[in-house]
Design a protein around this ligand. Structure first.
Ligand code: IFM
Length: 773
């Protein structure tokens, strides 16, 4: 490595997230929103030198540990959790024996900038010690998107007004724990390497091994290398330099880190040492360039431009930064947890948040990632079969919470005032299986990847349909019912015939029947193999048809309303005026039991259904249902506002759509919001995926269909235009919709594409061609 300054930030503020100063209360949130993410690792933006409130956590996607005892007071049993890995960017600086750490020294100024365009976190700060010595520091960190196992850090130090001895340590620190103080890893060895040092660890349950190799150098501004001594301690590795500093003489430390785990290779230590050797020889400019180019390529196919609304533009780019960084197209065995790889809330577990909220972003901007995430579910089909069987059903019931093994990881009980309270989402929130089936069908439609469907998708779809057919019960009224569930609105438990659950189950059964017929006639040998493997006989398909045809949906032909679940209309109305979920969620006011007696909703439920099945529902159901359920919804879940923005936009209610979009965008970015709204436990990645969907499917009005892509845009006048990059069946589209309704679509590359706007007829457009309407 040689010393250069490879990095120059973008001028445009819509590509930045900037935080000035230091407020200990906000630090946990800032660490999450400014986290460095590359789909493989997530590093919270904690101060490198640490502070009383800093939690310098790095997570590696898919690396979980099951502690041997309950790791939190509210837990009745230990629960698998995403592991905090070694802190690769730790520094320790002593000036005349005084540690440069907030608390020991006074912070004069601080500015942190996350460059969304290049995924680089820059920090500049000045500190003053008790003797009046002022030190000016700058740091820069990134987790390479080009080589996801490579991490980079640079720290520049300038003594402003003193000559003293300085000691600088650049470390990878294995002495880490999760927030609940559980040490989920143990260090199994440290040793010197020709170019640096190596730290090896394993998760305490023995499931994974990991290795971090570091190489660091310190140079003067004249590019002279300072001699340092390697640090190879029990828990830490790194380098230490001590020198006599002079006023205004700047030194720069550069560190590269290679991280591998046994999830990817049998010998993570060997892989880390080999990569470190390459990194140590790589010019930092080249390292930066390949990283920046990888980000540029992702932005090229995912950027959204709202030029007339800079604040929204910046919030959207921040959301896209986190979406791009949440998943790894090369990893088919990890998925996106509820807080991505930026925090510990929900212990890194994967919910329906992924398929229904986050995943469509990848489907339409980076289908390889979408495929990898579906493969995660395919590889975990055994866990879904196991859960169905354990509950007395057939087929595949995917876990409500999933981690690395595919088995259910939702706690069975929680402890509340010493009492064991069953966690009903585990047993009752079953719509997740249909949500995964929906993604399988969407993937096939949007990519035309028939091979995936034949090899994996069809099997998932059939197994999910089989589950629903065994789950629904024929009753005396001659109808099938699905009793005792929780729908997306988790404020009502043990409900019967939740419209979302039933209609999505019905949809899944019909899709599976369609797929079976198609496979049978178009791919007979695959059908033979699959139906034999699954022991799927014709009478079972006939039963699926009966269940689909006679499953109650809660739809009232007269009012055009879906009743959210049986008996919902009889519940008590509640006026939500003044409800502010950043202060408290509504259950705090009504009590859990009280809430069940009211119509109050936690999050979009029927409203989600409207969106998902928009093109197969009658057009006169959207407005009545939205107007009925929207005023009853608290949005106490972060998943809710973006889909209200989406549906409001589709209905042409732009003031409401914008209001909900703003609400979704500030869940994490309004740092003063506490509690549920705060991002301290990690960014609300589902809300961020929802923002992209609100823009694509709501404002831009994109309707993916088997025939092609149709757009029905509704663009706020002050936005001027909305431009989005969309991938569709191997083609890259640049879609621009104006506030006056005009649409222009450039087919940048790929194949011929079938497009339409409004109710107009389909048109085909060749690559390089422009479609205007
Ligand atoms: O999956 C969600 C659920 O819909 C609402 N509670 C939080 C979960 C994780 O984000």
């Amino acid at each position: 490595m040689t010393q250069h300054n490879p990095y120059s930030p973008a001028d445009d503020p819509t590509w930045h997230l900037v935080v000035e100063g230091f407020d200990p209360a906000l630090e946990p949130t800032i660490e999450a929103v400014m986290a460095l993410v590359n789909g493989y690792s997530g590093t919270r933006a904690a101060l490198e030198e640490g502070s009383e409130v800093s939690r310098p956590s790095t997570f590696i996607a898919g690396v979980f540990n099951l502690p041997d005892a309950p790791q939190a007071a509210e837990l009745d049993e230990p629960i698998t959790e995403l592991v905090v890995a070694p802190d690769w960017s730790r520094i320790r600086i002593m000036v005349a024996g005084e540690e440069l750490r907030i608390g020991h020294v006074e912070l004069l100024s601080q500015r942190r900038v996350l460059d969304l365009r290049t995924g680089i976190l820059e920090r500049e700060w000045r500190v003053c010690d008790a003797a009046g010595r002022i030190t000016h520091l700058r740091s820069l960190r990134f987790a390479s998107l080009d080589n996801r196992h490579a991490l980079f850090q640079q720290v520049t130090l300038t003594p402003e007004n003193y000559a003293e001895q300085i000691t600088f340590e650049a470390l990878a620190d294995g002495n880490v724990a999760n927030q609940n103080n559980t040490r989920n890893i143990e260090i199994t060895g440290t040793r010197a390497l020709p170019d640096g040092a190596l730290l090896e660890a394993r998760t305490r349950d023995g499931s994974y091994r990991m290795a971090f190799a570091t190489h660091a150098a310190l140079r003067t501004s004249a590019d002279a290398l300072l001699d340092g001594e390697p640090i190879v301690d029990d828990q830490q590795i790194g380098m230490r330099w001590t020198w006599q500093a002079e006023p205004n003489k700047t030194v720069t430390m550069q560190k590269v880190v290679a991280a591998w785990t046994s999830r990817e290779v049998d010998d993570p230590a060997g892989a880390a040492a080999t990569l470190l050797q390459q990194l140590a020889l790589t010019d930092d400019v080249a390292l930066f360039r390949s990283h920046a180019e990888a980000w540029a390529a992702r932005w090229q196919s995912s950027d959204v431009v709202i030029s007339g609304a800079p604040a929204t533009q910046q919030q959207v780019r921040w959301a896209l930064y986190h979406l791009i960084g949440a998943a790894n197209p090369a990893d088919p065995r990890a998925s996106v947890g509820a807080r991505s790889i930026t925090g510990e809330r929900y212990r890194g577990h994967v919910f329906w948040d992924n398929e229904t909220f986050v995943w469509p972003f990848y489907l339409f901007t980076d289908p390889q990632t979408a495929r990898a995430l579906l493969m995660y579910r395919y590889h975990n089909l055994h866990g879904a079969r196991h859960k169905a069987q354990a509950f007395g059903y057939r087929g595949a019931l995917f876990p409500w919470e999933s981690a690395d093994t595919g088995e259910e990881t939702c706690p069975t009980f929680m402890l509340s005032s010493g009492e064991r309270v069953a966690v009903l989402t585990l047993t009752e929130e079953q719509h997740i299986s249909s949500d995964i089936a929906y993604a399988v069908v969407q993937y096939r439609q949007a990519t035309g990847d028939e091979q995936f469907f034949l090899d994996y998708g069809a099997e998932m779809l059939l197994e999910i349909a089989r589950f629903w057919a065994s789950r629904a019960m024929l009753e005396d009224d001659g109808c099938y019912h699905i009793r005792t569930v929780i729908g997306p609105d988790e404020y009502h438990e043990h409900v019967d015939d939740n419209a979302y659950t039933n209609v999505m189950a019905q949809w899944t059964l019909r899709q599976a029947l369609h797929a079976a017929t198609e496979l049978e006639s178009n791919y007979p040998s695959r059908w033979h193999a699959l139906s034999t493997q699954l022991d799927l006989r014709p009478d079972e398909r006939e039963n699926w048809q009966r269940v689909a045809d006679s499953l109650v949906t809660g739809f009232d032909e007269q009012t055009r309303l879906f009743e959210q679940f049986a008996g919902y209309h009889q519940l008590k109305e509640i006026d939500l005026t003044g409800h502010d979920n950043s202060v408290a969620t509504i259950d705090a006011k009504l009590g859990w039991g009280g809430m069940q007696k009211t119509k109050v909703l936690k999050q979009a439920d029927v409203v989600m259904l409207l969106f998902l099945l928009w093109d197969s529902l009658p057009s006169d159901v959207f407005a009545p249902n939205f107007r009925y359920y929207e005023p009853k919804t608290t949005h106490d879940s972060s998943l809710s506002p973006s889909f209200h923005a989406l549906v409001a936009a589709r209905l042409g209610d732009l003031p409401m759509a914008e209001r909900y979009l703003r609400q979704a965008a500030t869940i994490d970015l309004d740092f003063t919001r506490e509690g549920l709204a705060g991002a301290a436990g990690g960014v609300h990645i589902a809300a961020l995926g929802g923002i992209w969907q609100a823009l694509a499917f709501g404002f831009l009005g994109m309707h993916p269909t088997d025939d092609g892509l149709r757009f029905r845009p509704h663009i706020p006048a002050h936005w001027g235009a909305l431009q989005m990059m969309i991938q569709w069946r191997g083609s890259q589209l640049r879609v621009t919709a104006q506030a006056d309704g005009a649409v222009e679509i450039l087919v940048e590359s790929g194949n011929e594409v079938t497009l339409a706007v409004g109710d107009a007829a389909w048109q085909t457009v060749a690559p390089g061609g422009v479609f205007s309407a």
